[in-house]
Ligand binder design. Structure first.
Ligand code: TRP
Length: 340
């Protein structure tokens, strides 16, 4: 069989399940903007509301979080004319392909997913069926566009491997070379933003403590306060970045400073070597306020016109469907489903 060459295309998704954090911004959005502007590939970014409801979401909050995420994407530099920006549930082909993938993926594969084990916790019997099938929907998100490049955090690597397994099994089962085997584009170490209270945990919108994260909607006072109160240790900053390997909280603050200033972590350490966190934190707070205040201002401006946001999402969904519908159609043909 001749190898089918797939047009390179970038896809990624973020769940609209709460506040957008500095982690989303530095870990995901700035990379998405970079791929939009510099990769030379078409870029598709999705608010994955169908994934969000695998755990309970209050309906009014889901609506608001979806709009806020859209505003966040735009404020961070995603151009909804250049990229395709939309919410998942407006493109029914995602759920339709996900059903087919539910029939391709094996129970054993899903049971091995660490995110399933973490999120379902001790009481798996009581988790939603959707939470179990989450990775098959994620595979559908990617493969319904024949996306070849998927920028995600380290924690999503296993899901991308499963996406490859689903593509390979589908192609094998039906004797086709139809779905591409997707490349993960994993984030660099510097952009992995950790909790401000515990340097071993990822900064997360679902952490019960609001002090653990910087939200993109936080004002200057809140940002400065959270950085001032961030957990550190009593030692001064060392001469070399490697000396921070056993100091996760200190390292995290240095990483955040580096990502926001465009410097390498080593350059930051050199600049502040020998100084206490009492000096470093105010400098970091100033930098964070400078960087984030314009984004939060732009987000609130966009959020004042929700009709315009909904129009942008609707237009994005139309453009997404232009790619997704023919791929679903071909998939149904391959599977042998009549469409008359
Ligand atoms: N599971 C991803 C996360 O929690 C979100 C997501 C859903 C996604 N579908 C995707 C990411 C497709 C990349 C591609 O971060």
């Amino acid at each position: 069989m001749t190898e089918v060459v797939h047009t390179p295309r970038v896809f990624s998704g973020i769940q609209p399940s709460g506040n957008l954090t500095l982690g989303n911004y530095l870990g995901a959005m700035t990379r998405f903007v970079d791929m939009q502007n510099n990769s030379g590939m078409p870029t598709i970014f999705c608010m994955v509301d169908l994934h969000a409801i695998t755990v309970w979401q209050d309906p009014a909050k889901l609506t608001n979080a979806t709009r806020e995420l859209c505003a966040g994407f735009i404020a961070a530099g995603i151009d909804p004319e250049q990229s395709i920006l939309f919410n998942q549930s407006q493109v029914p082909e995602h759920a339709q392909l996900a059903w087919i993938f539910n029939c391709v993926a094996r129970m054993g594969w899903m049971k091995r997913m660490t995110q399933w084990k973490d999120k379902a916790g001790k009481n798996q019997e009581n988790a939603s069926l959707g939470l179990f099938a989450y990775p098959a929907l994620m595979a559908a998100d990617i493969l319904i566009y024949h996306a070849t490049h998927v920028p995600v955090g380290e924690d999503q690597k296993q899901h991308l491997e499963l996406t490859r397994d689903i593509a390979i099994k589908f192609n094998n089962d039906f004797g086709v070379d139809f779905f591409p085997v997707t490349e993960p584009v994993i984030e660099g170490a510097a952009t992995r933003v950790m909790s401000l209270r515990d340097g071993s945990k990822k900064m997360s919108k679902s952490d019960p403590s609001d002090m653990s994260r910087i939200n993109l909607t936080d004002d200057a006072d809140a940002i400065a306060k959270k950085i001032r109160k961030a957990k550190t240790d009593p030692d001064p900053l060392p001469e070399t970045y490697d000396d921070l390997s056993e100091r996760p909280e200190a390292r995290n603050l240095v990483n955040i400073y580096a990502a926001m200033s465009g410097k390498t972590p080593q350059e930051v350490v050199t600049e502040f070597a020998g100084q206490q966190f009492g000096t470093f934190k105010p400098a970091l707070a100033d930098l964070a306020v400078d960087k984030l205040a314009p984004i939060s201002t732009e987000m609130s401006r966009l959020m004042q016109d929700t009709a315009e946001i909904d129009r942008i999402l609707g237009r994005g969904a139309e453009r997404a469907r232009e790619i997704a519908a023919p791929i679903l159609k071909q998939t149904y043909d391959i599977v042998g489903m009549i469409r008359s």
